[in-house]
Design a protein around this ligand. Sequence first.
Ligand code: PMP
Length: 451
Amino acid sequence: MLRAELLGRQAQRESAARTYARTIPVAPVSATGAEVTGADGRAYLDCLSGAGTLALGHNHPAVVEGLQAALASGVPLHTLDMITPQKDAFSEELLERLPGSLRHHAKLHFCSPAGTDAVEAALKLARHATGRSGIVSFTGAYHGMTLGASSVSGPERMRGPAAEAQPVTRLPYPYGYRCPFGVGGEHGAGLSARLLESYLTDPSSGMAPPAAVILEVVQGEGGVIPAPDSWLREIRRITAAHGVLLIVDEVQTGIGRTGHYWACERAGVTPDILVTSKAVGGGLPLALIAYRPDLDTWLPGDHTGTFRGNTLAMVAGRITLRTVAEEQLAERAEKLGARLRLGLRELARAFPQIGEVRGRGLMTGAELVDPGAAPDALGARPAAPEFARAVQAACLDRGLILELGGRGGAVLRLLPPLVLTDAQAGAVLDRLGDALAAVCAAPHGRPERAA
Ligand code: PMP
């Protein structure tokens, strides 16, 4: 009853843009590890974990203890960008964990607390440091929701050079399953990189030299699409050769999620600007960029914000950064992710609606397709978003929270905490298999929903 009341009042009060609240009508009241209990008393396995934020799961004892100790000690909870011992310790920990040449040497810029704020900062810094305005991004990318707040603000310095004209060139992301070049695999990915090089070298390409290329190593919202290492290395080579900055958005992939501490490390690539948020705050809001020190061309006040000094987020973030490293949770993510994908591939044999299973570490996706429709030249059938929504609902009925993503929302995405147990991984697969069977057995593709 309480659940229905809470959801009813929420629907009345909150915006029509609500998302998770609609597809996952759970009113969480308590949570531990990978398990969430709703106001209806039901327990759910959480394979969304705050959209990939809760690397250590809900209420990890070390995080809770650290937060309680900080609160009891009377530390100021909010300090703008003034230094505190907690921020100092967080920075030290992060610097120690950064990839490649950024380790120990990067400059850190603490942003307003969302991933999108850090992306804004990265783009602005790239434009500032290069004096150029263009940005190259990729099809299917997700970098955040802010609508260029600074572009509608008054003072010129808030916008940085040429902000009003920030031309964006989108290139095809190496999405092998639906390769825009019709060839797939490493070959298709190679063509995507080659296109970038061609744009940069052809004086008549129509693309002015950009300030930066921004990318996700594994597209999350775009449908859990890992880019081949060879592609990432090529993009790194090309950007370096042409003086274009490489921004790697590790908002979702960072802190062990993909089986490496940072997803870019697998390919041995170090970005010029690394964007991080979500797990870096240990479940509390925190976002920052880490970048090559010579790019630090900003003057005091060029990029500010009120909420850049969340002491509790620094405490939770430091504990999370350290725990992921010390408990080798990236390796665990790799192992458990492989197990989930293996299980999903087994399910794909029974359910031809599973068109492709892919992912890296504990970022796993299953793209659902219409098995009755004709395949394209690469063998991919049309996406089945309605079916995916029905499976998501059937999973919820069976106590499994997962999210959809991808083009048209036809990809089941599993983003559990890195502390998911082996038994829980098995339960995830069981529930998913049951849900698929139930949806397939239902007369109109939608099983009766449990109350
Ligand atoms: N970048 C990536 C790769 C993301 O996945 C997200 C959020 N899903 C963002 C940026 C934006 O983060 P936020 O929602 O905290 O603004």
